[in-house]
Write a protein of this length. Sequence first.
Length: 285
Amino acid sequence: MKNPICVDPVNALCGEGLLWDQMRSCLWWVDITAARLHSYTPATGEKTATQLPYLISGLALHETGDLLIATINGLGTVDPASGAITILHDPEPDHPGNRLNDMAASPDGDLWVGSMSEGVKGPTGALYRYDSTGCSTQMTGTTLSNGLDWSPDGKTLYFIDSVPGVLHKFTDGQWSVLARFDAQTGCPDGLCVDQAGTLWIAICDRGQVIGMTPKGDIIETITLPCTIVTNCAFGGADLRTLFVTTGNYALSPAERKANPQAGNLYAIPMETPGRAPFLARWPQP
């Protein structure tokens, strides 16, 4: 049985955007609702929190060391010390009801970024790819883009659209559906993949992270001490720690009282390591 350990009792409203930074040996994550950028350094236990001018949700590491961010105003970079944001590109200038949500760099250095409908949660989102030629649309009609990561061999991209509860995969230039989630399994949010190919998926309304095979079979369930579980990512010097963000944004006062550990950052020792995130080459800051 795996036991989550609270490593930052910050009570975030909506923890998200986990990113292990192998250059700085620290973990980055955000509180979307509070517009804060957090860091945690496992070797020392040091924690930081930087207030931002507006919300960011997703993070990726550029090969230059810059932090790429998915924001309400488009794709950009952030200065972790000051919180200053520079917007590089907005792929959806004609969709004011949308915002960027999750993103990840690919093995070849391209950056994949998903958007979402901020208000009614309608199918107005899309999945974009930034490469040396610019920005191209890879999927349309998404609702809440989440959970981007690659198989260990780098040949398969996994991608979650949370509201319909669909886990897509992209292999050999073709999209297919790996799994569909329902009221019994709960709503999928962020995901990451370990070196054995197991997908670890945050179930945001069940207080769980589940382990799923590349064939779509659920093989393990890890229970967190709160209801809302938003994202997970491997980190630490040996990449054998699964970090998990949580939140309390959808809880009533009574539910918050029943979930006093909601919004904290957790660490879970794992037998199988993950891998450091790929570094983006595009777009260039």
